[in-house]
Design a protein. Structure first.
Length: 217
């Protein structure tokens, strides 16, 4: 086996500028070996599992970490955990951004007001400082508008963050590689509401999921 080292490679103009790979052969490499802006370089998913570790019941109007540490939790791909309720994604490229999606159920036992959610990330890998990834401190729907109003009801909550969105951290996240840590916070807008986040009870188990995609810039 020999190694071909080149700076550039291109097809022949006599063959429509195309580079052909013979049938039965392939070009292979680790994730991120072939880099095309806009492509997904790597990905990972997380399932919170069910049970008390994935359950948060609050009346608090202060930001509180969302519990996602349930029984039968599962990680796949480049996601792992750095704490019970904290996740990390092993970012490969220094020219990429992360797309982070969260899906989880809630039940509002008061119904007079809603709740909010936001994401916090260690925007420079290894710094130990977590910043609000959202472009507003109160999250995408403010601290009151995520679940919605209208009486006692349940909801399936979904939102997707992009590390490109917040210009304060855009360049540092892009240039960082390694385990990028993040977690989610929720809060009630009114302490008169009791809101059940993620899992509800042993009788009515529920769970949440997280998906992360690393996309080349």
């Amino acid at each position: 086996m020999s190694t071909l080292t080149v700076q550039n490679i291109q097809g022949s103009s006599s063959n429509s500028n195309t580079i052909n790979v013979a049938s039965g052969h392939k070009i292979s490499g680790d994730a991120g070996s072939i880099f095309v802006p806009g492509q997904i370089i790597s990905a990972g998913t997380y399932n919170s599992g069910t049970g008390s570790g994935a359950r948060l019941t609050i009346t608090s109007t202060s930001w509180t970490t969302l519990n996602i540490n349930g029984t039968n939790q599962a990680t796949f791909g480049r996601i792992s955990k750095y704490s019970d309720d904290g996740l990390q994604f092993n970012k490969l490229s220094n020219s990429s951004h992360l797309i982070i999606s969260l899906n989880f159920p809630t039940y509002n036992a008061g119904g007079s007001n809603g709740h909010g959610i936001r994401c916090k990330m260690e925007t420079t890998q290894g710094s130990g400082t977590f910043n609000i990834l959202d472009i507003t401190d109160e999250g995408p729907a403010h601290g009151w508008g995520f679940h919605g109003y209208g009486g006692v009801h349940a909801a399936m909550n979904n939102f997707t963050w992009s590390t490109y969105d917040n210009s304060s951290y855009r360049s540092t996240v892009k240039a960082s590689t390694g385990n990028m840590k993040f977690f989610f916070q929720v809060k009630n807008w009114n302490s008169g509401d009791t809101i059940y986040y993620n899992d509800y009870s042993d009788s009515y188990p529920k769970y949440g999921t997280v998906q992360v995609y690393e996309v080349a810039e």
